[in-house]
Ligand binder design. Structure first.
Ligand code: WTA
Length: 658
């Protein structure tokens, strides 16, 4: 929460009213806030009624043993049935579920709900034939191809919890997740297309299975989609081709209903320690809130809208707002495989124009990079079909918001700035497009049925016009249930800080403005947000320290005009490494890349003789951030050795930028 951000907010007084026509026909109107406040459980029960339950719940919420919640207790449902079959039964089998757009121009496939039902059923039967039963964990490491969605839904259809690992993660990161999750089967592809070239995935899976097996967990089967046709190493005892087992499988499969609290998926996310946290989401509450918020926040009209969310299915946004929410609502959506600007910078806008996309959901980091390229490129495409724009993943700067609304939305479209987290499972704080007058840069107010506050260290609500910590003050249906295999870490991370009040600590700083609207300012813990991706400082430090030349490392997130924050590392080398050699920065940067993945690569690595520490040995990241952001170094009086910052600043002269 820098002074500068706060003062910027103070000067922001632009307002955008909801378009009258949209407001008049909105799915959710202003009365929803009061209705939900009067009877919160009744409100969520009504939202759950939008789904199809094989057995209705006996109790909406069991919060007898906080922070362990159970929602729709005793209810039973099947997620794939809700996302697919019931739309076919309702007569929408011919509606396109997915307009898939591959990265190579012209590589396209339209999939109707009826076809989706066949594909998901075949994949479910194939998984069963590979030995996957109810409760057996499945890991998914795939590009943005339809088979990724078929696989996720097939897992839910048979009650096998999945974990999707982002395809940009390294073999090590995948291996540790496979091991932690105890995945029985891994589903992958030979590769995917990235910037016009096939980029391999299967070799990382092979390596990851080796890592998991050395750590004591063996994967039974690896199911491989042929996407690029690249050569792949083949292990006859584990590897099977998708086209052999799935294509041959029957398209008849009867979904079984599972308990509302049956584990649906685990999504790994960075925490403040080196070990990623496996965030567990369960069935009934998650699907209720993902589906309801998608319909509410995007004012979804499934008969006429064409929706597009640009997230990767490897992140929570891809889970809740590509797969589960939208498909539960019977939407027609675009799924795009590639990068935003390949083969030309206008690719996204061309996809919008061609498919007449009406609702578009993306991240501020993408908006900022397009903003840098100017309005001429988007101006060449007819995007008049758009009616609502969404933003997620990091604070959106007011200028980026206004540009997005103006250049992409032609000044017609409300922008919904949606705040939520992997842990919350679904959108929590956001304007409603037919109700709320949007302020650029503000996520505005908690949605109906959600209660949030901005509080002091002591847990007191701050006054209007002040900042503090963002907390959620009552349980919500799609909340995480625990950290996979680690209940204590769940309690300690989210519920210990405001134990007396029973608040969920989100880890974000926020400001409440004079009207009481919320401005989320970013992380207050050791988690960075680089291009909307959560990275832990400790995780990158551990990766650096695992390099033989490194003695100690400290990592900070520095403000960056393009990526929001960027990784800057301060490294002390081991004596025997001397000055590390002239390529040391690249060597260390490549090392982080193989340990975690390209997204974690430091923007800058500074070789320093010492790190600034307090007398108790805690690294003073605030001072390092000053150096990384090229500011005058702040107050150093609590440093054990005050001359260290001079040494570091001197070291800066010899720092290497990668
Ligand atoms: C940040 C992504 C400001 C925040 C859905 C949060 C945001 C973290 C916003 C979660 C927003 C997400 N405004 N900050 N609209 N949306 N964040 O788990 O710091 O990948 O804690 O979930 O992203 O990131 P995650």
């Amino acid at each position: 929460m820098t002074e500068q951000t706060l003062s910027n907010l103070l000067h922001e007084n632009r307002r955008f009213e909801p378009p009258a026509e949209l407001a008049a026909a909105a799915n959710v109107k202003a009365d929803a806030y009061d209705a939900a406040a009067t009877d919160r459980e009744g409100f969520w029960a009504a939202a759950a009624e939008r789904l199809s339950w094989a057995k209705k719940w006996d109790r909406v919420l069991d919060w007898d043993n906080p922070p362990f919640a159970k929602w729709f207790v005793g209810g039973q449902l099947n997620v794939a049935y809700n996302c697919v079959d019931r739309h076919v039964e309702a007569g929408h089998g011919d509606r396109v579920a997915i307009h898939w757009v591959g990265e190579p121009v012209g590589d396209k496939r339209d999939i109707t709900y009826r076809e989706l039902q066949d594909e998901v059923s075949k994949a479910a039967n194939a998984l069963i034939s590979l030995g996957v039963g109810t409760g057996d964990p499945v890991a998914i490491y795939m590009p943005m191809i339809p088979e990724a969605i078929f696989t996720m839904l097939a897992c839910t259809r048979i009650g096998a919890p999945h974990t999707v690992v982002f395809g940009g993660f390294s073999a090590e990161a995948l291996g540790s997740r496979i091991e932690d999750f105890k995945a029985k089967v891994v589903v992958t592809s030979d590769g995917g297309y990235r910037r016009g070239a096939p980029s391999p995935l299967k070799p990382a899976v092979d390596e990851a299975c080796g890592i998991a097996s050395r750590a004591g967990h063996s994967v039974d089967k690896v199911l491989v989609v042929r996407r690029t046709g690249q050569d792949v190493a083949w292990n006859d005892s584990t590897d099977v081709w998708w086209h052999d087992v799935v294509d041959a499988a029957s398209s008849e499969h009867t979904p079984e209903a599972f308990d509302s609290e049956h584990p649906l998926f685990v999504m790994y996310t960075s925490g403040t320690t080196g070990k990623p946290k496996g965030i567990l989401h369960t069935t009934g509450g998650y699907l209720t809130q993902a589906a309801y918020t998608h319909w509410e926040v995007f004012d979804l009209k499934p008969e006429t809208d064409v929706y597009w969310c640009t997230a990767d299915i490897g992140w929570i946004t891809g889970h809740s707002y590509i797969v589960y929410g939208p498909l539960a609502n019977g939407v027609t959506q675009v799924l795009y495989e590639g990068t935003p600007d390949f083969p030309e910078r206008g690719r996204w806008w061309q996809v919008i124009a061609e498919n007449k996309v009406t609702i578009f959901y993306t991240a501020p980091t993408a908006i900022r990079s397009f903003m840098k390229q100017g309005h001429e490129i988007p101006d060449k495409h007819d995007m008049s079909s758009l009616r609502i724009l969404g933003s997620v993943g990091e604070p959106i700067n007011p200028e980026a918001y206004v540009w997005y609304r103006h250049v992409i939305g032609g000044d017609r479209t409300p922008v919904v700035d949606t705040w939520w987290q992997t842990e919350t499972g679904a959108i929590m704080i956001s304007p409603l497009p037919g109700v709320t007058a949007g302020k650029p840069g503000s996520a505005m107010t908690p949605l109906p049925g959600i209660t949030a506050e901005v509080v002091t260290d002591e847990g007191q609500p701050v006054d209007k016009g002040s900042g503090g910590y963002l907390v959620l003050t009552s349980p919500w249906p799609s909340m995480l249930r625990t950290i996979w295999g680690d209940d204590q870490r769940y309690i300690d991370t989210y519920w210990a800080r405001y134990r007396d009040q029973g608040y969920y600590f989100a880890g974000d700083g926020a400001k409440k403005d004079e009207d009481g609207d919320l401005w989320v300012l970013g992380r207050v813990d050791d988690v960075m947000n680089v291009s909307g991706h959560r990275l832990s400082t400790t995780e990158i430090e551990s990766a650096l320290v695992s390099h033989p030349k490194v003695a100690e490392a400290a990592v900070v997130g520095a403000n960056d005009p393009d990526t929001g924050q960027a990784v800057v590392a301060f490294v002390i080398l081991r004596e025997e490494a001397g000055d590390g050699g002239e390529n040391i920065a690249k060597e260390l940067s490549d090392h982080v890349r193989t340990q975690i993945g390209p997204i974690a690569k430091p923007r800058q690595i500074m070789i320093v003789p010492e790190l600034p520490k307090t007398r108790s040995g805690k690294i003073m990241r605030r001072l390092l951030r000053d150096v990384a952001e090229k500011r005058e170094v702040g107050d150093t009086t609590t440093l054990a050795d005050q001359s260290i910052m001079d040494l570091i600043s001197a070291g800066q002269a010899t720092s290497t930028e990668d």
